[in-house]
Design a protein around this ligand. Structure first.
Ligand code: SF4
Ligand code: SF4
Length: 176
């Protein structure tokens, strides 16, 4: 997933590691959901119906989202009732996002899902954190923290703004 500003580290990552745009086959249900407004922006930028998948809200998916939004489990359950469905990006049998190209995401940055744009950063209880990922080229090259953010061309302000936008896309309370 490429980030706030186009960063060549993500393109290098695509060449060597498969990036955060791939997952272990079999874990597709955990893929972050795509909201209606995000899908509309993606389609305006060229994404087709084949790039999306209608995913059932499994208990494991809902539990995982509750871990990401630990302050608002009621809102998460209301948005994603078990047995319902949500959109996510389509994933190839090898585990790659259908929108991933040889040099990273094929969508322009502003049209990518918000979760892709904020990754690997996140907020919990108002505190910024980042998800450690052993294949993240930026994490391998940077020492972490501010070095990681710089390497990805991101800023604290931009990360916070993207998180707030993501919460608004799902009508979830913001914990920043
Ligand atoms: S939409 Fe783009 S950035 Fe997001 S997972 Fe797919 S290829 Fe990666
Ligand atoms: S894993 Fe890290 S370096 Fe690789 S594409 Fe994702 S954010 Fe960029």
């Amino acid at each position: 997933m490429q980030t706030e500003a186009e960063s060549d580290v993500c393109a290098r990552c695509a060449a060597v590691s498969g990036t955060c745009c791939t997952l272990e086959p079999g874990s597709e249900e955990y893929c972050f959901p795509v909201s209606a407004s995000e899908r509309a922006a993606m389609e305006l930028a060229g994404a087709k119906a084949r790039h999306f998948y209608r995913q059932a809200n499994t208990s494991a998916f809902v539990d995982n989202l509750c871990r990401l939004f630990p302050d608002t489990p009621e809102a998460v359950h209301a948005l994603f009732p078990v047995g319902g469905f949500h959109d996510r990006v389509a994933i190839t049998p090898e585990g790659a996002c259908a929108l991933l190209g040889s040099q990273g995401c094929t969508l322009p940055r502003q049209a990518r899902p918000l979760y892709c744009r904020i990754y690997p950063f996140w907020f919990k209880a108002g505190r910024q954190l980042y998800f450690e990922f052993h294949r993240c080229q930026a994490q391998l090259e940077a020492g972490g923290g501010a070095g990681l953010m710089r390497r990805l061309g991101m800023t604290n302000e931009g990360v916070r703004h993207t998180y707030q936008e993501l919460c608004r896309a799902w009508n979830l309370p913001e914990s920043t």
